[in-house]
Design a protein around this ligand. Structure first.
Ligand SMILES: *Cc1c(COP(=O)(O)O)cnc(C)c1O
Length: 428
């Protein structure tokens, strides 16, 4: 088998430079909470392939379901010849998302595609055009979703022009907005929307209940309910982008349920299918069904192998009670992270929910972001065999997204490596 070094050379001659990898180790196999590279090294996984393998890598039920499906048929295109598993995934989406109202769903291939389609539905159903998004938002890399995403480098830089009728409102970011309450932060955002966009023009308010790539920003309590209530009043569609937060990640099926918010539409992807590419939009039947027949779809959307994997992943979430597992992980991580923060003046905040947790690093005694230390700590973790990701508008957030089936002992080992890496790179 070729070594990672050999593969890395081949990669540079074959793979576009714009597609990067966090580490230069090539994977051979993976299971549960760890990966093994082609050089025989084990990695503890605090990333889940960016919040995807929540049920664990190569989860047994998912593997069996995929095997069984791949032998029956691999693709027919649901728009040509339908099949049961697509319908069953839509039933699950309706059952698991907040709200007991009548719902419909449609399936796609990626989170970005789900977000694009939610915006299509909202515009079609309302006859309005404006889409309100927030500071630090991340919604994808396609043309419309680049416009919805906040951060220029690396996502948008020199890729314009971007789609019009996208408006950005201030986010609730307790560490950096002077500790505004949820109601105050919502009033500030609503003022921007009403004055700069006009309530009657708003097709959709689109928000991540806890921001992902933007820095694991948890809005102050009350922010989401106030925005959702405003949207209802204004006749705008409230869309929760739960691509990263959904399917047990935060200890609930969907994060907005933690604040009793019932979005009109929810977008899902990442954790829903145990690693296979699948995404969905689910929400109010009268909105989803406003779109004319043929107005939504795609060749691969709701591929039968991905649907079989999703049904098996959802069964696994029930069977192993992965919402409870996410809460246990929160407790284990929080205990250690808060202890680390107490002895480290460069850690401004420990935040997150369930198995979606983060440290924000700053220069001591200030709120000035410390992206250099963040990168150095991440590199030290990688060198010691721990996969951690960074994120944030200021690239100063270490984020933790372990598979929900990771063993307590693996987490403990990973946290030891993190502690050593923070100590080896003290704030400067
Ligand atoms: C990852 C992500 C997306 C984009 O998903 P892709 O599958 O990469 O297109 C959209 N929204 C959120 C909140 C995400 O975390």
């Amino acid at each position: 088998m070729p070594s990672s070094e050999e593969l890395h050379k081949r990669r540079h001659a074959a793979v576009a430079r714009g597609v990067t990898s966090m580490v230069a180790s090539y994977v051979d196999h993976a299971a549960g909470g760890s990966l093994h590279d082609v050089d025989g090294r084990e990695w503890i996984d605090f990333g889940s392939g960016i919040a995807v393998t929540s049920v664990g890598n190569a989860a047994p039920r998912v593997v069996a379901a995929v095997r069984e499906q791949v032998e029956r048929f691999t693709h027919t295109c649901f728009m040509v010849t339908p099949y049961e598993s697509y319908v069953a995934v839509c039933e699950q989406l309706a059952a698991l998302t907040p709200g007991t109202f009548d719902k419909r769903a449609a399936l796609f291939n990626s989170g970005a595609e789900a977000v694009e389609n939610a915006v299509k539905v909202a515009r079609h159903a309302t006859g309005r055009q404006a889409v309100v998004v927030f500071d630090h938002a991340y919604h994808g890399r396609t043309n419309l979703t680049m416009a919805l995403t906040a951060k220029s480098m690396p996502y948008k830089h020199r890729f314009g022009p971007f789609a019009p009728e996208v408006y950005r409102a201030p986010m609730s970011y307790p560490l950096r907005d002077g500790g505004l309450s949820g109601a105050e932060a919502a009033a500030r955002a609503i003022d921007v929307i009403e004055k700069q966009v006009g309530a009657a023009n708003v097709a959709a308010v689109l928000i991540e209940p806890i921001q992902g790539e933007g820095g694991f920003v948890v809005p102050a309590p009350g922010f989401l309910p106030a925005l959702s209530a405003w949207a209802r009043e204004a006749g705008a569609v409230f869309i929760a982008d739960e691509v990263q937060t959904g399917f047990c990640r935060t200890g609930s099926w969907f994060a907005c349920a933690d604040e009793g918010v019932e979005p009109d539409l929810v977008t899902t992807a990442k954790g829903m299918a145990g690693g296979l590419p699948l995404a969905g939009v689910v929400g109010r039947a009268e909105l989803m069904d406003a779109v004319h027949p043929g107005g939504l779809g795609g060749t691969y959307g709701g591929n039968p192998i991905a649907c079989a994997a999703a049904l098996a992943a959802i069964e696994t979430m029930h069977e192993l009670d992965l919402n409870a597992a996410a809460k246990r992980l929160e407790a284990q991580f929080m205990l250690r992270l808060t202890a680390l923060a107490q002895g480290d003046p460069g850690i401004a905040e420990v935040r997150g929910r369930g198995a979606m947790l983060a440290l924000e690093l700053v220069k001591p005694g200030s709120l000035e972001p410390d992206p250099l230390r963040t990168a150095a700590v991440a590199r030290a973790c990688h060198a010691a065999g721990l996969l951690v990701l960074t994120c944030g508008t200021y690239a100063n957030v270490l984020r933790f997204l372990p598979p929900l089936v990771i063993a307590e002992e693996q987490v403990a080992r990973g946290l030891d490596i993190l502690a050593e890496s923070l100590l080896a790179h003290l704030p400067g």
